[in-house]
Ligand binder design. Structure first.
Ligand SMILES: [Fe+2]
Ligand SMILES: [Fe+2]
Length: 283
C-alpha cells in the first residue's frame, strides 16, 4: 500500500509562496483505499491551501479528527460544506471520538481561553456532517486505522498541564485528552503514522500501535508531538525511547515547537524532516 501525505495546515510555511500558515494541523492523505482529510486546521487556512495546492477536496472519502482542540477542528464546518458543494452526495462521514464535543480550555496563567470545537454538533450535522464516533481502535478503510483512546503506561509522559477541562465533579482540572488519536496506514515497507497532537504521549502511542498491529517497523512518523509545552524530563526520555525503536524517518510539526524540533533534527539527522505547509511525504 502506498501513501502520499501533503501537509495542508501547519504553524509554518517555507517556500510555496501564496500558501498560508497558522497554528494548527491538517494533512491530505492519498492512499489506495481512497483520500482522506486528517484534521482541519484552525479555520481560516485549510480552504486557502486546498485551492493553492489544487487538492480535490470533494473526492475525499471522509474527514478524520485526531481530537477536539480547535487548532485541529476549527476548519471542520467549512471543510464539510466545501466537500458537499457541487457534489451529489448528501453527507460527509466524520470519524472522531465522542469527546469531540466537550468543552476545554487553555490556561494562560489563570486566564482560561476556550480550546474546544468552535461549532455546535447541530450546525455541523445540518450542514452534512455524519459523525462516526468511537473510543476504540478501528479500521476506517482497508489498511488505514485510527487508534481510538491510547492507554497511558509511561511514567514520564505527563503531558501539558495547562490544558484544562471540567472534571466529573464539575471543577476545572488538567485535561487527560482521552480523545487524542493517531492515523496508522499499513504499508509493505512498514507503518506510516500520522500524529495529531500526541497528547497521549508519543511513546504510549507508538507502543499501542505495535501492540495492535503486531508490527514494530515504522516507515514514517509525522505530525505533532506536543513535546514543545512539556517538561525536559519528558522530552529527554521520549527522544531516548525513540532511539530504541525501528524508525525510518520522523517529521515533526505544530506543537513540537521550533526548539524541540531543532533538537530532534540534530538527534535523527537525515531521518528527520520538518512538516511545514506543503511538505509532501510518500511511502
Ligand atoms: Fe491539542
Ligand atoms: Fe494541536
Amino acid at each position: 500500500m502506498s501513501v502520499r501525505a501533503t501537509v495542508l495546515c501547519e504553524n509554518s510555511v517555507y517556500g510555496n509562496g501564496g500558501a498560508v500558515a497558522a497554528h494548527g494541523w491538517s494533512v491530505w492523505l492519498e492512499t489506495p483505499a481512497g483520500t482522506f482529510v486528517f484534521d482541519t486546521g484552525r479555520g481560516d487556512t485549510l480552504l486557502t491551501n486546498v485551492a493553492f495546492f489544487g487538492i480535490p477536496l470533494a473526492d475525499a472519502r471522509a474527514i478524520l479528527l485526531s481530537h477536539h482542540h480547535n487548532d485541529h477542528t476549527g476548519g471542520l464546518l467549512d471543510t464539510v460544506r466545501a466537500m458537499l458543494h457541487g457534489s451529489s452526495r448528501e453527507c460527509v462521514p466524520v470519524y472522531a471520538h465522542p469527546d469531540l464535543f466537550k468543552d476545554s480550555f487553555y490556561d494562560n496563567k489563570g486566564k482560561l481561553g476556550f480550546s474546544g470545537l468552535p461549532h455546535t454538533r447541530g450546525a455541523l450535522e445540518s450542514s452534512g456532517a455524519d459523525f462516526q464516533l468511537s473510543t476504540e481502535w478501528r479500521e476506517i478503510a482497508t489498511g488505514l486505522y485510527m487508534t481510538g483512546e491510547v492507554p497511558r503506561h509511561t511514567i514520564y509522559e505527563i503531558g501539558d498541564l495547562n490544558l484544562k477541562h471540567y472534571d466529573k465533579a464539575g471543577q476545572i482540572a488538567v485535561d487527560p485528552i482521552r480523545d487524542d488519536q493517531t492515523i496508522v496506514i499499513d504499508t509493505v515497507d512498514g507503518l506510516f503514522v500520522v500524529l495529531g497532537c500526541s497528547h497521549a504521549g508519543l511513546i504510549n502511542i507508538l507502543s499501542y500501535i505495535s501492540e495492535q498491529t503486531g508490527k514494530t517497523r515504522f516507515h514514517t512518523i509525522m505530525g505533532g508531538t506536543h513535546l514543545g509545552p512539556v517538561g525536559e524530563e519528558q522530552v529527554a526520555q521520549t527522544i531516548a525511547a525513540l532511539h530504541e525503536l525501528d524508525i525510518g524517518r520522523i517529521g515533526t510539526s505544530h506543537c513540537t515547537g521550533p526548539k524541540v524540533a531543532a533538537r530532534m533534527a540534530h538527534e535523527f539527522g537525515d531521518r528527520f524532516f520538518f512538516c511545514s505547509v506543503g511538505t509532501i511525504v510518500e511511502s
